[in-house]
Write a protein that binds this ligand. Structure first.
Ligand code: DX5
Ligand code: ZN
Length: 214
């Protein structure tokens, strides 16, 4: 079963409560929350305060994607803000096991991500402790970019490694996903599709969510 994770980055921040309600009611299971620090990526987005405030209006699964350097510094804050899943970048630290343990200490799910040109095999040794693996299909930092086919070998590698592990691990893709290319990632084993502009930029957001899930 495919899960859709609409990315708030492309939503209208002035009426986030309504935007979230619309996607949840139409079948989106996860809400993707992109956190950018202006260091790991050249952009700044939202912090734990904003996540805590939208936590009050929705019980959708909060899928927090940390694009921040040295993520261990902020795991406690994002867990307390209401994250259900926290994903950090392989490239952002060298204490991966510690970060995963810290996430798990809050009783929430841990995810790890690689940028398009990082070899996803580097993540394989950690699969025994992860609940989610995220393949970036654009360079992280901005919504609205073009999907990169170059990232497909990463998706294929992780799909094979997850199958071999025998564990239930979400395989998520993020960046430039739309109704036209969704089949490309689905065929390669992705079961969670992040979509920002394709969902919140659509004329009919509700219909687009339903279309994705078909
Ligand atoms: C990019 C973010 C994405 C982004 C996706 O750094 O991680 O989640 O919001 O947006 P679209 O779907 O517009 O590429
Ligand atoms: Zn993201």
């Amino acid at each position: 079963m495919i899960k859709l994770a609409p990315s708030v980055l492309a939503a209208d921040f002035s009426c986030l409560g309504e935007e979230i309600k619309k996607v949840h009611e139409n079948g989106a299971e996860y809400l993707h929350l992109d956190v950018m620090d202006g260091m790991f990526v050249p952009n700044i987005s939202m912090g734990p305060g904003m996540i805590a405030s939208i936590r009050k209006v929705s019980d959708i699964v909060f899928d927090v994607h940390l694009m921040i350097q040295d993520p261990i510094r902020y795991i406690d804050d994002f867990a307390k803000a209401g994250a259900d899943i926290i994903t950090f970048h392989y490239e952002a630290c060298d204490n991966h096991r510690e970060v995963i343990e810290k996430i798990h200490s809050h009783g929430i799910r841990a995810g790890m991500s690689v940028k398009p040109y990082t070899d996803a095999n580097l993540m394989v040794p950690f699969l025994d402790e992860l609940e989610l693996a995220l393949v970036m299909t654009v360079q992280p930092g901005f919504g609205g970019q073009k999907f990169m086919l170059e990232a497909m070998p990463n998706l294929e590698k992780l799909n094979a490694a997850i199958k071999a592990s025998g564990r239930e691990i979400d395989l998520e893709v993020d960046g430039g996903i739309n109704l036209e290319n969704a089949h490309i990632v689905k065929e390669r084993g992705a079961n969670v599709l992040v979509a920002g502009s394709a969902v919140f930029g659509a004329k009919d957001v509700a219909a687009t969510v339903r279309e994705f899930l078909k």
